[in-house]
Design a protein around this ligand. Structure first.
Ligand code: DHE
Length: 499
């Protein structure tokens, strides 16, 4: 078509659009095409993840759309995610963001065959190594999860010197789980990867992807199997702890056949079982391990989340969905026995216990209110409510220390850490390890003489305190050290630590 005629036609289109009160239609970016060109190689054509994480709404929930736009435009520091801000315009980035926040049209299948296809096992060198290949006490190591650049540091718990650092899977979540002898540790990532690591040889021994969107993992009391709690698909997967081969997959449905996500799975050492919290149906599952994994259903009145277990594993306390109360379940009887009014969403999974005067108490921070509740475990009554400078996430103590530490994770005072005297139930000191940066998650060394606090920042650190004088002893730079776990405290189920 001659150029003049072309221009004339274009002018007519614009004039007609203006007369009709509409702008000429702009071509919409072709999001699937853009995804194929720029994202599929790392994140998978199916969006289930490859070397990059899965790009599904379930997996991206914590990122939120606004931050996702920024990550696509500017990349992600300390990862292989490049910046696309120069190659793609704003509407293309927005279209890609919409696409990755759209659920898949068909639910992906992630059964035995798919899981097994991802399994990697290293040569079994661990069989011939009978002692740690370093001088430090293997039972006083700390495993520090650094979520800033997705690494794990192994720290000597006597000298407080790092002895090893390795790359982890993207976004590890929940505490790593240790075999009873403390030799092997297992990690779970939000994208479903389970990694087995040898604390003697300091090598990764095996990996498998047991889910697409995973909550956490648990290890059986004898260390022979690993349970994996999944949101996507709705499954509870049992792996053999030696080589991470699939042993069982429970398709999670209520007795009426309704499908449910699994909020979390826990080890119940004194019951030789796993216990799972179900998100969508009023049941708790106990997987008994005596003669192969067998399901026992506990029927309850409403779905409960975020469990705390008493030291005998006779009762559990679960958070009610309304965020205002917690329900005590007698696990043997398989039924609720008491409801406790606990407004402000108690974070029961962070609950710790100790002996106060003549009784056992548990203390829990609250995710939505600045307080810590202390509960008498004899009758589940609230003994005391401590006012804090903001809602907290984690709490820790140790049998051999007088103090319990709790963070102020949310709000303007997130750089504070409260120290509670367990004998008076009073906050006796408040520290500010790094002004302006979130201070969170404490763990003690084996003998309870030192407490380690995390500075949750890409340019963060762990700060080691003398647990008696409460003075700082040492500071080691780290990349958002989300949690740290002492081998001894974990394998002995210390009452001051998470289980
Ligand atoms: Fe966690 C443990 C659930 C958000 C860091 N978190 C747990 C556990 C559960 C849980 C059930 C116990 C599992 C275990 O250790 O085996 N977490 C949830 C949630 O439901 C919640 C509120 C929302 C979600 O998106 O899942 C949530 N958790 C977070 C975070 O945003 C945190 C702060 C940062 C992150 O890395 O995701 C976070 N959660 C942790 C950590 C632990 C944890 C560090 C282990 C604590 C321990 O000391 O054992």
């Amino acid at each position: 078509m001659p150029l003049l005629l072309n221009r004339l036609l274009a002018a007519i289109v614009v004039t007609c659009a203006a007369l009709a009160g509409t702008a000429p239609a702009m071509a919409q970016p072709d999001a699937p095409e853009l995804y194929k060109k720029h994202c599929a190689e790392c994140h998978g054509a199916d969006r289930l993840g490859r070397q990059g994480p899965a790009l599904l709404p379930q997996n991206l929930k914590r990122l939120r759309k606004k931050r996702a736009l920024g990550v696509i435009a500017n990349g992600r520091p300390a990862t292989q995610m490049p910046a696309f801000g120069e190659q793609l315009d704003k509407s293309e980035i927005a279209a890609l963001t919409d696409l990755i926040f759209t659920p898949l049209a068909i639910q992906p299948v992630w059964g035995k065959a798919e899981i097994e296809a991802t399994r990697n096992i290293a040569v079994e060198v661990d069989k011939y190594i009978k002692a740690p290949m370093y001088g430090a006490d293997p039972l006083n190591l700390f495993v520090v999860v650094e979520t800033g650049d997705h690494h794990v540091t192994i720290l000597d718990g006597d000298s407080f010197e790092p002895i090893h650092r390795f790359k982890s899977r993207f976004a590890l979540h929940g505490g790593p789980k240790f075999t009873p002898d403390g030799r092997y540790v297992f990690f779970g990532s939000r994208d479903g990867w389970v990694t087995k690591f040898d604390l003697y040889t300091l090598e990764i021994l095996a990996e498998v992807r047991a889910g697409i969107n995973t909550r956490n993992i648990a290890i059986s009391p004898d260390g022979s199997s690993i349970a994996v709690a999944n949101y996507l698909p709705h499954s509870l997967v049992i792996l053999n702890a030696t080589d991470l081969a699939v042993e069982n997959i429970f398709d999670v449905r209520s007795k009426d056949g309704e499908s449910s996500r699994v909020s979390a799975v826990y080890q119940a050492p004194k019951r030789n079982s796993f216990i799972a919290a179900l998100k969508d149906v009023p049941e708790i599952w106990e997987i008994k391990l005596e003669q192969g994994p067998t399901l026992r259903r506990l029927n309850i009145d409403e779905p409960l989340d975020d469990f705390f277990f008493d030291q005998g594993y006779r009762h559990l306390l679960g958070s009610s969905r309304d965020g205002k109360s917690a329900v005590v379940i007698d696990i043997d009887a398989g039924k609720p026995v008491k409801r406790i009014a606990l407004p402000g969403l108690p974070h029961l999974g962070s609950g710790i216990t100790w002996t106060y005067r003549d009784r056992q108490v548990m203390a829990t921070p609250h995710l939505k209110e600045g307080k810590v509740s202390v509960i008498d475990l004899n009758d589940w009554s609230i003994l005391k409510t401590l006012e804090t400078r903001g809602p907290g996430f984690f709490m820790r103590s140790h049998e051999k220390t007088r103090y319990a530490w709790t963070d102020v994770f949310f709000g303007p005072n997130r750089d504070l850490m409260h120290i509670i005297d367990k004998t008076s139930l009073e906050i006796v000191k408040t520290i500010k390890p790094a002004p302006g940066k979130t201070a969170a998650h404490v763990e003690f060394d084996r003998d309870g003489s030192h407490a380690i606090v995390s500075i949750w920042d890409l340019d963060g650190a762990i700060v080691i305190y003398d647990a008696a004088t409460l003075e700082e002893v040492k500071r080691i730079p780290m990349s958002k050290p989300s949690g740290k776990y002492n081998v001894w405290n974990k394998i002995t189920f210390s009452e001051g630590s998470s289980h």
